[in-house]
Design a protein around this ligand. Structure first.
Ligand SMILES: Nc1ncnc2c1ncn2[C@@H]1O[C@H](COP(=O)(O)OP(=O)(O)OP(=O)(O)O)[C@@H](O)[C@H]1O
Length: 223
């Protein structure tokens, strides 16, 4: 169970939420809904351990999020260009997530870390990983590129792959498909739904698309 207990977050004296508690079970697909500026992204960042709340805590099965190593709550955000290390080729970026080096591989997990010294290149061709990359439409020729040599949608596919390769228990998707065309959006969400079901992941998502939300959500949390 992913639990937020009595969270309080304020910026510049403005309280975004106070004493907010929620829990999400494995297998649930929960939409976080609120007007623009109400704090959806902030809540996602707190749940994934990126932002410490002024009060309250985030627990997975009763334990705080680990300070080191892969985080069981992976966040994929709306800005893949901010999440990927510009110094790493995409192959190294994926290997880093596979090696469990990313505290949070999906969103900005690169901070302060280096590429793995020895690349277990073959691990990317392991069948489950290769199938995941293929399902996400990641082309093998992209692996040698740096993030700036990819489109936003292509980068986002890598962010999703990284988050899943980090083997999360909970996946947070914060408006991840706004920059994608309808066909790519459908492809990516079908992969995410399949992976979530297969791994019994808890999925938390923010979307401004009512059609997507009604298709995905098993529950809605109104902030
Ligand atoms: N680091 C920060 N410092 C100061 N204010 C911040 C910070 N991060 C977010 N805010 C403010 O907190 C509020 C909530 O921001 P947040 O991005 O969480 O909203 P949101 O609900 O995701 O909005 P949107 O739907 O527009 O993406 C906004 O008013 C924003 O300006």
């Amino acid at each position: 169970m992913l639990e937020a207990r009595n969270l309080t977050v304020a910026f510049d004296g403005r309280v975004l939420f106070e004493n907010l508690s929620l829990s999400i079970a494995p297998g649930e697909r929960v939409q976080i809904a609120a007007p623009s500026g109400a704090g959806k992204t902030t809540l996602c960042r707190v749940l994934a351990g990126y932002l410490a709340p002024q009060a309250g805590k985030v627990l997975v099965d009763g334990a705080p999020l680990p300070k080191k190593g892969p985080c069981p709550v992976q966040l994929i955000g709306q800005h893949p260009e901010r999440a990927l290390d510009p110094r790493l080729r995409m192959e190294a970026s994926l290997l880093e997530a596979l090696a469990g080096q990313g505290a949070n591989a999906g969103e900005g997990g690169h901070r302060g870390r280096r590429a793995p010294k020895r690349s277990p290149r073959e691990s990317l061709s392991e069948s489950s990983t290769a199938l995941l990359l293929e399902a996400l439409g990641i082309q093998s020729r992209w692996l040698a590129r740096y993030p700036h040599e990819l489109s936003g949608g292509e980068m986002q596919r890598f962010c999703i792959a990284r988050a899943l390769l980090a083997n999360p228990r909970y996946l947070i998707a914060d408006e991840i498909s706004t920059m994608l065309d309808a066909v790519t959006q459908a492809q990516i969400w079908s992969v995410l739904l399949h992976q979530a079901a297969q791994r019994d992941l808890g999925l938390i998502f923010v979307s401004h698309s009512p059609a997507l939300a009604s298709r995905l959500a098993t529950r809605v949390i109104l902030l």
